[in-house]
Design a protein around this ligand. Structure first.
Ligand SMILES: Nc1ncnc2c1ncn2[C@@H]1O[C@H](COP(=O)(O)OP(=O)(O)OP(=O)(O)O)[C@@H](O)[C@H]1O
Ligand SMILES: [Mg+2]
Length: 235
């Protein structure tokens, strides 16, 4: 059984159709969700996570229709999203940030989460002392405290240096090996493509492609819409 099925999902902000009849399912373990700025990727992830209520369509998670389910119940079912912009409590330590999150949402062992995210040595550091790379890891670590089956990641390496990005991708790889499924929204394609099993491309709220990374580069529609005919796809 596929863990996530999205059927005919639509969401407008005022007159602006941010998602326009999106249908896709998560076939394997890790999927990249890509598309130009404003394509609707964050709105889609937020709708799946329960942060945004869609106007139309259905979301089936682990065999359950969760379209109208409250966000905290979705977290309890094993579905959680990280934010595009990190938001830790800066005056608390990394460990305290995770403790706080686990008090609200229950779940995993802090030491194992620190370890899988490569943050063990930073447990007692205040969040404000962390590099941007480690803050991004902390954002994922917070989500992991809820013991998710499916992790929705909104630009996990956005704004990071190449070295920092490699660190985050390594951490996500070990998570994937442990069986956590994920949907990753990113603009830095070359860094996440080696790690994902499939790709969905959105443009103007619609799905214009679903397939493997290899198939993607042969697709005329994708080249036109997403890359404007360019072969260098990183922004
Ligand atoms: N809370 C909101 N209120 C009003 N309009 C919104 C809101 N969130 C998103 N939008 C609009 O919906 C459209 C899709 O935005 P969204 O943030 O989902 O795109 P995105 O693909 O995540 O873009 P980016 O790659 O820049 O993060 C845009 O036109 C955006 O301006
Ligand atoms: Mg976004």
């Amino acid at each position: 059984m596929t863990i996530l099925v999205v059927e005919g999902l639509s969401k407008s902000w005022g007159g602006n159709k941010a998602i326009d009849g999106m249908t896709f399912s998560l076939e394997k373990d890790a999927m990249a969700l890509i598309g130009p700025n404003g394509a609707g990727k964050t709105t889609l992830l937020s709708s799946i996570a329960g942060i945004t209520l869609p106007d139309q369509g259905r979301i089936i998670f682990d065999g359950i229709d969760i379209t109208k389910t409250k966000i905290w119940k979705r977290v309890g079912l094993g579905l959680v999203k990280t934010f595009q912009v990190v938001r830790p409590f800066v005056s608390l330590t990394v460990r305290e940030n995770l403790e706080l999150f686990s008090r609200v949402h229950g779940g995993s062992d802090i030491d194992s989460v620190l370890e899988v995210m490569g943050l063990s040595q930073f447990g007692n550091k205040k969040a404000r002392e962390l590099s941007h790379g480690n803050l991004k890891r902390l954002e994922v670590a917070k989500a992991l405290m809820t013991n998710p089956k499916l992790l929705l990641l909104d630009e996990p390496i956005g704004g990071l240096s190449n070295n920092e990005a490699v660190g985050v991708i390594d951490a996500l790889s070990s998570l994937k090996k442990k069986g956590t499924k994920m949907i990753i929204v990113e603009h830095r394609l070359s860094e996440i493509f080696p790690f994902v099993d499939s790709v969905v491309v959105m443009d103007k709220g619609k799905k214009i492609f679903q397939g493997t990374t290899t198939e993607l580069f042969d697709d005329e529609k994708v080249r036109e819409a997403y890359m404007g005919g360019e072969t260098n796809v990183d922004s």
